[in-house]
Design a protein around this ligand. Structure first.
Ligand code: ATP
Ligand code: MG
Length: 567
């Protein structure tokens, strides 16, 4: 492609509202233009990267026997009403109506549509397992669309759905998908980690997220380098924390703690440590009000709590509810003497505590010397701990570390959630009607472009990993007015193309400074510069974008050298 005939509107200045590198550089490199918040035009350079990712995705999914199709973007409300998600999805779903006032959604995901397709088209166990996928535009009216392609309101996703007659068959496909995703992100030359994830509102039993590691990621990743454990913070567990030393039981005593509400203050006031305080939090949920006891120095993981309760909404209760539930102002709830009928869930961190401090369920008072069994007993024990860096790995190999990641893929075992709701059944060998068992597998195409740039850039521009580069080579003719330069560059352009190398030829009548700046922005892995001075000695200059290492080379050697550099 000749730059003079291409459409690459680079920008000299940093755009004002682009916070992260990928957004800024995609705008500056002429890859992207915003049409409205979270809605973009993908310019030719961007489209080339997208097509490369599409090709990698197709190759790996086809390899495991998934079959490509194309489902509609426009979904009738009735389908979503059948699963109840018309209401559950809330404002995230873009809605519209047709001329007959029938309601539709712009598909944020395709479980309903694909399950409807399969329930009507597949009857027998003989047609299963079946894996279907598409690369399609999705719409989500995100609260905060931002960071360019990272979180758009209109974005490209590869989504796949699998249908099975047994849990074993789903497990096998899930494993294959997991491995296919790993091969996809490896083929993109990205640093990534697959983490155990929460299944959230989509339901189902098991799920993994694929995270590209990057400072600017919006997700927290918990990992143990020593044993390979990896999970997102919503899901992460730790081995039991080191507990304060157990003591002989002391008598329970109520002590006045005026104006001591924060755990740290109470502990200091009573001459103990927050680890010996049982903090009790009151939550309001759609499954009722619950009290949660956790060690004073730790926080509750509200996603774990929501899962335990099978609740959609979990929020700390306000003053009034706390008062009504515990009889005390906020900050003085505790397991000892908690009014009967209040559901108390205790986190495992408080189980080993002896002679602990806790709120007395009345204002300005705490108990000391409290002990489980004698003074209080929770209705249930559970792991509700929000893990922290430094906590012990559940797999036994050292400490957990926290880092940031960009979620580029997410795979789920759905089970029969959607097939039951939509009566997607098959007939087995014995003629019995059974719901199909399902999995679903999402991969953000645009977000992968952004993630690749987050991981591969410097102050001057993008540094494309070769497999994703819109052009593998940028050939620059430094002065196109010089006939020898122009001829040599034209000849090299032809030779490189003939060798099957993707080359962008900067044949513009521009100053060298402009060309070099644009070259850095656009980020082709290999750059070939043809200039009058070196050409006089029969040479051109080849360099690598990543480390800018310059390799002098004769005109005749160019194609071979470029091939070698591209590996
Ligand atoms: P997030 O937690 O980041 O909002 P999600 O968990 O809602 O994402 P999924 O429903 O799992 O997303 O969608 C599958 C994949 O689609 C994600 O892993 C991500 O790569 C991509 N994706 C989701 N939402 C967006 C968005 N608004 N813009 C770009 N890509 C997205
Ligand atoms: Mg997700």
């Amino acid at each position: 492609m000749r730059w003079s005939r291409a459409f690459i509107p680079t920008l000299k200045e940093d755009p004002a509202d682009a916070e992260v590198a990928s957004h800024r550089l995609m705008l500056r490199a002429g890859m992207l233009r915003q049409v409205a918040r979270g809605i973009y035009s993908y310019l030719p350079l961007c489209q080339r990267v997208i097509l490369k990712i599409d090709a990698i995705v197709r190759e790996e999914l086809d390899r495991i026997g998934a079959i490509e199709l194309m489902l509609p973007i426009l979904h009738p409300a009735e389908l979503w009403q059948e699963t109840g998600r018309w209401d559950l999805y809330g404002p995230l779903m873009m809605r519209l109506s047709d001329r007959h006032d029938r309601a539709y959604a712009l598909g944020p995901t395709h479980e309903e549509v694909v399950t409807d397709l399969v329930r009507n088209a597949v009857r027998s166990y003989r047609a299963l397992p079946l894996s279907l996928y598409q690369i399609q535009t999705k719409f989500r009216d995100e609260i905060r669309p931002r960071f360019g392609l990272m979180r758009g309101r209109e974005f490209l996703m590869k989504d796949a759905y699998s249908f099975h007659t047994s849990a074993e068959s789903l497990d096998a496909t899930y494993e294959e998908m997991h491995r296919a995703y790993a091969r996809i992100f490896t083929a993109c030359d990205l640093d990534f980690v697959a983490v155990e994830a929460d299944t959230g509102t989509i339901g189902g039993s098991s799920s993994h997220e694929f995270m590209v590691t990057a400072e600017t990621g919006e997700s927290d990743v918990v990992r143990s380098a020593a044993d390979g454990y990896a999970a997102n913070t919503e899901k992460a567990v730790s081995a039991p924390l080191i507990a304060p030393e157990a003591e002989e039981p002391k008598p329970l005593a109520e002590v006045a703690t005026p104006d001591q509400m924060a755990v740290a203050d109470v502990a200091a006031f009573l001459g103990t440590s927050p680890e010996r305080v049982v903090k009790t939090l009151v939550y309001e949920t759609d499954k009722g009000v619950v009290a949660v006891a956790i060690r004073g120095d730790r926080e509750v993981n509200e996603v774990k709590l929501a899962n335990l309760l099978d609740a959609q909404v979990v929020a700390l209760a306000g003053e009034e509810v706390v008062k009504k539930t515990t009889g005390s102002p906020v900050g003085y709830a505790g397991p000892v003497g908690l009014p009967k009928g209040v559901r108390l869930i205790a986190d495992e961190t408080v189980r080993p505590l002896t002679n602990f401090v806790c709120g007395a369920n009345k204002g300005d008072a705490h108990f000391t010397g409290a002990n489980w069994g004698r003074d209080a007993q929770p209705g249930e024990w559970a792991d509700l701990l929000l893990v922290r860096g430094g906590d012990p790995s559940p797999w036994g190999g050292g400490a957990l570390e926290l880092s940031r990641g960009i979620e580029v893929g997410h795979i789920f075992k759905l089970g029969t959630k959607y097939s039951k709701e939509l009566s997607c059944n098959y007939t087995d060998e014995n003629g019995a009607d059974l719901p199909m068992i399902m999995g679903c597998y999402g991969l953000g195409i645009g977000r992968t472009v952004a993630a690749a740039i987050e991981q591969n850039h410097d102050a001057d521009g993008i540094i494309w990993p070769r497999p994703l580069a819109p052009f593998e080579v940028l050939l620059i003719a430094l002065n196109v007015d010089d006939a020898t330069v122009r001829e040599a560059a034209e000849r090299l352009y032809g030779e490189l193309q003939a060798a099957g190398i993707e080359v962008l030829f900067d044949d513009r009548d521009e100053r060298p400074g402009v060309k070099f700046k644009d070259a850095d922005l656009v980020g082709s892995p290999v750059r070939v510069v043809v200039g009058a001075k070196s050409l006089a000695e029969g040479k051109v200059e080849i360099s690598l974008r990543r480390d800018r290492a310059k390799l002098p080379c004769t005109v005749a050697e160019v194609v071979g050298k470029v091939r070698e550099l591209l590996g």
